[in-house]
Design a protein around this ligand. Structure first.
Ligand SMILES: Cc1cc2nc3c(=O)[nH]c(=O)nc-3n(C[C@H](O)[C@H](O)[C@H](O)COP(=O)(O)OP(=O)(O)OC[C@H]3O[C@@H](n4cnc5c(N)ncnc54)[C@H](O)[C@@H]3O)c2cc1C
Length: 393
């Protein structure tokens, strides 16, 4: 059987973390479900702030197998819904948390280009190209830089690896290949899990659900799970990178459609992604309302509509600029994102048990936010901080 990692293709970075635990405990003070940026940060931070608490992180596959290991790694400020009441400075907070946990990530905060073809953004705002735009590409019109916004990039493999190691070093137990099948809100909080092919029950003082696009229960993290796509080129020469207008190493994303985002990697490869394509829902139904995740997990980028999307992205990339016409595409992959109704992340307590917190749904804008809110969740689990009031409706 293909694992989701295989179905969703391969990325140009590596995650080097293997969990070493053997005996799964039957209880923990804090259980974290999901080994992406959110869950790993929360696990590391709970132990960092309260070393006496037992922390158990359960990951269905390997750490980073969801969005975090497959992301573009473009570090953005605020949230997909802009600034939110009480959010604070996400970029500065991100930098501090990585430093606090001693995670080396190749973080560069040189700013991010917003690019566009037309005079209006998707939201209908008037936009115009900057004087002497460094980028001049062809993609349904002339694509140019319209604005520089705060942000930058990281190596996603290094972030996942570094956070997982920081969590283990602080004393958290990470169990991979351990899938949570169900959570009973209790009290007491009970998790039914499958570990080494056997069903087990674990009780928890508190739970953080950080499963992102994978839902455990229908009411858990509300949003639309989707698969989105990216590819990476073979390394380009400095000359070609300069000709493309990317010598500044700034990542870019389009503010009009068709959506296009990308960034340069340290080794000269360029990653391009297309975001969600219009009509995606009809072309690629994801699960159903009872089991939304099951469909997403079974999607393969190697056939059908996802393969078409990737082929289309590759064609677009080749047409962007003469430098890219014959470039070798070395990696192609997809990854899950969870779009929420108003693009604000879901960060709240479980309606039936306040000892369970739900966090996720960054709507494709979660590289810095997941880590930033993962720390906040750790503080909330330890009763050191209140949750924000973003999901009160
Ligand atoms: C292709 C792509 C490009 C992106 N590019 C950017 C970008 O450039 N900038 C940006 O800001 N954001 C980007 N994003 C979004 C960003 O990557 C995510 O918001 C972020 O990684 C979410 O982290 P997370 O920990 O909440 O979720 P995830 O990384 O998805 O982690 C959830 C984890 O939970 C595990 N899990 C699920 N169900 C269970 C279960 N039942 N039991 C145990 N474990 C379970 C999964 O296996 C997974 O590892 C991108 C996303 C994708 C897919």
């Amino acid at each position: 059987m293909n694992s989701p990692r295989h179905n969703w293709g391969n990325t140009p970075w590596a995650i080097s973390f293997r969990s070493k635990h053997k005996a799964l405990p039957s209880h923990a003070d804090v259980v974290i479900i999901g080994g992406g940026f959110t869950g790993l940060t929360a696990a590391a931070m709970v132990k960092h702030l309260a070393p006496e608490k037992s922390v158990l992180l359960l990951e269905a596959n390997e750490v980073g197998n969801g969005a975090s290991g497959r992301t573009g790694g473009i570090v953005l400020a605020e949230s997909a819904a802009g600034n939110l009441p009480g959010l604070g400075d996400v970029l500065n907070g991100y930098k501090k948390i990585l430093r606090e946990l001693n995670v080396k990530t190749d973080l560069e905060l040189r700013g991010v280009w917003e690019i566009a073809r037309g005079p209006r953004s998707m939201e209908g705002k008037r936009i115009h190209p900057v004087h002497r735009s460094p980028i001049e590409w062809n993609d349904s019109g002339l694509v140019r830089v319209v604005k520089k916004v705060p942000g930058g990039s990281v190596d996603p493999g290094k972030v996942v690896t570094g956070l997982a190691r920081a969590a283990v070093k602080a004393g958290a137990a990470i169990f991979t290949r351990t899938k949570v099948l169900d959570v009973q809100p209790g009290p007491p909080l009970k998790l039914h899990v499958i570990h080494k092919g056997k069903k087990r029950t674990i009780t928890a003082g508190q739970i953080l659900q950080a499963t992102n696009a994978a839902k455990l229960t229908r009411e858990a993290i509300p949003g639309e799970p989707k698969l989105t796509f990216a590819l990476a080129t073979a390394p380009l020469s400095k000359k070609h990178i300069a000709e493309l207008g990317l010598a500044s190493r700034r990542p870019f994303y389009s503010v009009d459609l068709p959506y296009l985002w990308g960034r340069l990697l340290k080794n000269g490869r360029i990653v391009f992604g297309s975001g969600l394509v219009p009509g995606f829902d009809e072309a690629l139904p994801i699960g159903n309302s009872e089991q939304p995740w099951s469909g997403l997990e079974k999607q393969s980028i190697l056939r059908g509509a996802p393969l078409e999307r990737l082929n289309n992205l590759e064609q677009r990339v080749r047409s962007l600029h003469p430098v890219l016409r014959k470039v070798r595409i070395t990696h192609r992959w997809g990854g899950p994102i969870l779009l929420t109704k108003d693009f604000a992340p879901i960060f709240r307590r479980h309606p039936k048990n306040k000892n369970m917190i739900l966090l996720g749904g960054y709507s494709g804008h979660g590289v810095a936010l997941s880590v930033y809110l993962g720390r906040w969740a750790a503080e909330a689990l330890l009763d050191k901080r209140k949750l924000p009031k973003w999901n009160m409706h």
